[in-house]
Design a protein around this ligand. Structure first.
Ligand code: ATP
Ligand code: ZN
Length: 289
């Protein structure tokens, strides 16, 4: 750890890599990255990005070799490293799930009593079954856990799922969710606390939060008859009256503003019925307040 640069460890080549790189770029951090690079120095922020296996991130952050890391919440739940979680990043969603073969007679967790479970998550699995009062044997397999039942190694598996397509492909069906997971930002406990680095960490957090809050918003432009403008600004508070400018015809006005995307869609039909039209939606990169 040095005081000049923050060090951030991210997954080198895996399911979180693409979205993590996009997230950092959306936060306005510019750097070069390509598959064989071990680290990048950011051009416009005092930070180095290290590309590592996701399994190494908890240890690197805990020991202070790096200040920050981005990894799945599932890895934190499994390994319980002594680090500080700073932020959920709203991508990399998945669920640690107990699954059984489609044809299996198992319908409840209790049916797995005395059975063998294959998993890459032995800690989470053991704790979950213990909590539910079901006694199982756990076999730890690194990779391709989903083929364990067809090999006769286990009656059930515990693995991460997102769309469920891997389960279906292997003739498995979900039995019970253990926990939901997403990508998270973690920090070394000391560097999150030391003054100079904390200022840098806070700058980074502000940018990350800006990306996260913008993700739910869209910039909407629409035209509408002048007389319904007050009504529209009332039903969509994001369209402030100061943002209304008359268009060329004078009878229609243009309204624009940042609005919550789900709210916009919920009101869309109503807006059209009221006479609004010519909708343009633009992505919002960041909202900093
Ligand atoms: P590495 O080579 O870095 O050790 P890995 O094979 O252990 O990679 P990946 O499969 O790339 O890990 O998954 C990385 C993370 O992506 C997981 O820890 C999890 O947080 C997230 N993830 C999102 N969806 C899924 C999914 N369907 N299956 C597995 N992981 C997922
Ligand atoms: Zn891994």
């Amino acid at each position: 750890m040095n005081n000049q640069y923050l060090k951030l460890a991210i997954q080198k080549d895996g399911r979180l890599t693409e979205e993590t790189l996009s997230f950092l770029r959306a936060a306005g951090i510019s750097f070069e990255s390509y598959k064989r690079k071990l680290f990048s120095t950011c051009r416009n922020f005092p930070m180095e990005i290290l590309y590592v296996r996701d399994d190494d991130i908890p240890g690197l952050v805990e020991s202070g070799v790096v200040d920050l890391g981005i990894l799945g919440q599932n890895v934190l739940n499994e390994e319980r490293p002594d680090v500080k979680k700073l932020l959920n990043l709203r991508y990399g969603f998945c669920t640690l799930t107990v699954s059984v073969p489609k044809e299996s007679p198992v319908t409840t967790l209790a049916d797995l009593n005395g059975k063998t479970i294959a998993t890459t998550y032995p800690g989470s699995t053991t704790r979950y079954f213990q909590k539910n009062g079901v006694s199982v044997n756990t076999v730890t397999i690194r990779g391709s856990v989903e083929i364990a039942p067809s090999l006769g190694i286990a009656s059930a598996i515990v693995d991460l799922t997102s769309t469920g397509s891997t389960l279906a492909l292997n003739d498995l069906r979900p039995l019970a969710p253990i926990y939901r997971s997403e990508a998270v930002l973690i920090a070394n406990k000391q560097s999150a606390g030391s003054l100079k680095e904390r200022a840098l960490v806070n700058q980074l957090l502000t940018r990350f939060k800006g990306v996260l809050s913008a993700a739910n918003y869209t910039y909407v432009i629409m035209t509408a008859p002048k007389q319904i403008a007050p009504k529209l600004t009332k039903i969509i508070p994001g369209l402030a009256s100061s943002e209304i400018t008359p268009d060329k015809t004078g009878s229609n006005i243009r309204l624009q503003g940042v609005v919550k995307e789900d709210m916009f869609w919920a009101l869309f039909e109503r807006l059209k019925t009221l006479g609004a039209g010519k909708f343009v939606m633009l992505p919002v990169e960041k909202i900093i307040s």
